[in-house]
Each structure stands twice: as structure tokens, then as C-alpha cells.
Design a binder for this molecule. Structure first.
Ligand SMILES: *Cc1c(COP(=O)(O)O)cnc(C)c1O
Length: 235
């Protein structure tokens, strides 16, 4: 564990400073942007190190891996976020084992998550993934279909719709990065005008977190910036 502690402490510190600096620069309240540490393919010991440094929210995107890690970390208090694409045969594990699901993009998936959410747990918090860059290859609902899906998801008893999420196409310029994130914010404002109660914009990763914070991100999802490069799959 010692060989992991120092690099993670250094990276986590740098990431927190970057976040606080971006909040200050773009007029956001200090601490208003939450950090989700995306721990996919990182060992359980790396999560323990980050936990010991005060990080509590972790994101995974492979269900089988996440279920195993959760079992190994059962002694810890962790807020688990599923950030990957969900197939309908995997919804039960997500509904039972996670606090959040970020990438809901079909009503069928949302209905299954709602039905499969155990009664003794609080409703599963979720975001609708929006494809703002319009690439055929990327997951997410098209902007013109968000409203209908959002109202349907918000009505499901086992779910609590918190907001929108996006994973935009990688672009170099800050202006282009901002424009994708701005689209998500504008969509969110429209949904709020339509009467939905939403408080989460899940957007921004290692290379575009400043642009996301500038456009109102409330949660940024960072993997390599916190943990370093992901190890190759060993099994
Ligand atoms: C892996 C992943 C991240 C983090 O990516 P990094 O490049 O490691 O920061 C963020 N969001 C989603 C949906 C991911 O799958």
C-alpha cells in the first residue's frame, strides 16, 4: 500500500487545488464542485488510499469488477457511482449495489433500475446522459429527446433524477469545450423551467475540468488525474 500512497496523495492534492482554482476563477462557490474519483481498473488498495485522504465518492464502469471491489471494501463507507453504459441484463447489480447511476439514456433501463431497486434503500440517484456532440458512436440521448425521457424518469418511484451527464467528444480549444458543456447547462435550465427539481451537472474530466466548472458542473469525474494511468487488465 505504501508504494501507492504517495503518488495518489500528490495527485489528489493537485486535483483538489485545480478544482478550487477553477471555482475561484469562474465565480463558483468554494466546494460547490464535487470530485468523483473514477477508480475503474484501479486496485482496491488505491481506493483505500484515496479514502484515507478523505475521498468518499468513487466511480466504476465495469459492473463485475465493481461488485467484487464493493465486497472487498464492505468495511468502508463509500458512495458508489456507476458511470458506464448499462445493458438491460446488468441493471440488477447496479440497482442493488450503487448509490448513483450516471448514464441513463433509455426509459427501458430506467424502468428496470426502478423496479429492481431494493425497497430498504433510498431511491437510486441518477443522471440522464446526453449526447451533446451528436456523434453517432457515443452513448446518450439526443438533446431534443431529453425532456420526454427526463419527465418519465422523474416519475419512477425507485429513482431520483438528479440531473444530466455528458461525455463530450474530445476537442482542443477551451471555447469548444465550453460550448458542449453550455449545451448541457441550457438543457438542464429548460428542464427546471418545466418543473423538474435537478441539482446535478455531471461533466468534466481530466483534460476539460476547467471548462466544465466554468459552465456550471457540480460533479467532475476524474480517473487518471487522481490515480495515475490505469493498469492493464490482469485477468
Ligand atoms: C473513465 C471515465 C472517466 C474518467 O476518465 P479519466 O480519463 O481517467 O479521467 C470519466 N467518466 C467516465 C464515464 C469514464 O468512463
Amino acid at each position: 500500500m505504501t508504494d501507492l500512497s504517495e503518488p495518489i496523495a500528490t495527485r489528489l492534492d493537485a486535483v483538489r487545488q485545480r478544482l478550487r482554482a477553477a471555482e475561484a476563477q469562474y465565480g463558483r462557490q468554494p466546494g460547490s464542485v464535487a470530485l468523483l474519483a473514477v477508480s475503474k481498473r484501479q486496485p482496491v488498495d488505491a481506493i483505500r488510499v484515496a479514502l484515507s485522504l478523505g475521498q468518499q465518492a468513487f466511480g466504476e464502469n465495469y459492473l463485475q469488477e465493481a461488485v467484487e471491489k464493493r465486497a472487498q471494501l464492505a468495511d468502508e463507507t463509500i458512495e458508489w457511482h456507476f458511470v458506464g453504459a448499462l445493458q438491460s441484463n446488468k441493471t440488477r447489480a447496479a440497482a442493488e449495489g450503487f448509490d448513483w447511476v450516471h448514464a441513463v439514456d433509455r426509459l427501458k433501463i430506467a424502468r428496470r433500475l426502478s423496479e429492481q431497486r431494493p425497497q430498504h434503500l433510498a431511491p437510486l440517484q441518477c443522471c440522464i446522459q446526453v449526447n451533446v456532440s451528436g456523434e453517432a458512436s457515443k452513448a446518450g440521448v439526443k438533446p431534443n429527446a431529453v425532456s420526454e425521457l427526463a419527465h418519465a424518469v422523474a416519475a419512477l418511484p425507485g429513482l431520483r433524477l438528479r440531473g444530466l451527464m455528458t461525455l463530450p467528444e474530445a476537442v482542443e480549444s477551451f471555447a469548444e469545450q465550453r460550448s458542449a458543456f453550455r449545451q448541457l447547462r441550457v438543457l438542464q435550465e429548460q428542464l427546471i423551467d418545466e418543473g423538474l427539481t435537478l441539482d446535478t451537472l455531471s461533466m468534466g474530466m481530466s483534460n476539460d475540468l476547467e471548462a466544465a466548472v466554468a459552465e456550471g458542473a457540480t460533479l467532475v469525474r476524474l480517473g487518471t488525474a487522481v490515480f495515475g494511468p490505469r493498469p492493464e487488465k490482469s485477468s
